[in-house]
Design a protein around this ligand. Structure first.
Ligand SMILES: O=C(CO)COP(=O)(O)O
Length: 249
């Protein structure tokens, strides 16, 4: 049985006062039965992980460099995230791919670095609207999975997030059938590469305009093991509603 996961990606949002929302969330959901993860900006990671001491909620990074140390101004290594209290890191998010030109081989190198630092890697894949309209969705996802996930990944160290680019921050979501089609295809692809047992242990998250109002139906979809949540993770009430829907699913 895969443990469900609700992961919040704060993106470039939040200064110290945002931690008040975390206090609210912890008070409202002291013992969630799913894994709950918050990935704040790197500047908040240490303070967040201090705040989460003694709770069931974990902290994660939003990116890391592929190298361990060195002359990479502005970058943060996987070991540094770990040192700041992270247990997980999001890699290959579509905003990293588009804002920073990250290709699959970069994502793969970063994922290797994350695994080497004992972080769970949440590797993101997803098609653009033009790719979906052209009928290329499954091919694009397959290429991203092959290129972004290193051979050393396992069910315990890898989470895959399917985030259609056109659904991120837009209020639009794929149909439930479209989500099922992609998640089933991801599971099959992982199974072919890593074997059924290892593939079965990998959590597959859906991301893109997940809200309390649509969470329940999305969590009912085949091979959806939770969500990677952007905007709605910034407010304790909204993220709490998503956690509650996941716990009830
Ligand atoms: O990109 C996302 C999470 O990584 C999704 O963002 P939204 O939930 O704001 O659409």
């Amino acid at each position: 049985m895969r443990r469900k996961m609700a992961a919040g990606n704060w993106k470039m949002n939040g200064t110290a006062e945002a931690l008040g929302e975390v206090d609210k969330l912890l008070a409202a959901h002291p013992a969630p039965s799913c894994d709950v993860l918050i990935c704040p900006p790197a500047t908040l990671l240490h303070r967040l992980s201090d705040r989460l001491q003694g709770s069931a909620v974990r902290a994660g990074g939003q990116d890391c460099h592929a190298a361990e140390t060195g002359a990479h101004t502005g970058d943060v290594s996987a070991a540094m995230l770990r040192d700041a209290g992270a247990t997980h890191v999001i890699l290959g998010h579509s905003e990293r791919r588009s804002d920073h030109g990250e290709a699959d081989d970069t994502v793969r190198a970063k994922t290797e670095a994350a695994l080497g630092a004992d972080l769970v890697a949440i590797v993101c894949v997803g098609e653009t609207e033009a790719q979906r309209d052209a009928g290329e969705t499954l091919g694009v996802i397959s290429t991203q999975l092959k290129g972004s996930i290193p051979d050393g990944a396992s069910g315990e160290t890898l989470v895959v997030a399917y985030e259609p680019v056109w659904a991120i921050g837009t209020g639009r979501t794929p149909t439930l059938d479209q989500i099922a089609e992609v998640h089933d295809a991801i599971r099959a692809e992982l199974s072919e590469r890593f074997g059924a047992e290892a593939a079965d242990a990998v959590r597959l998250l859906y991301g893109g305009s997940v809200k309390p109002a649509n969470a329940e139906e999305i969590f009912g979809v085949s091979n959806v093991d939770g969500a990677l949540v952007g905007g709605a993770s910034l407010k304790a009430d909204d993220f709490g509603g998503i956690i509650a829907a996941l716990d009830a699913s």
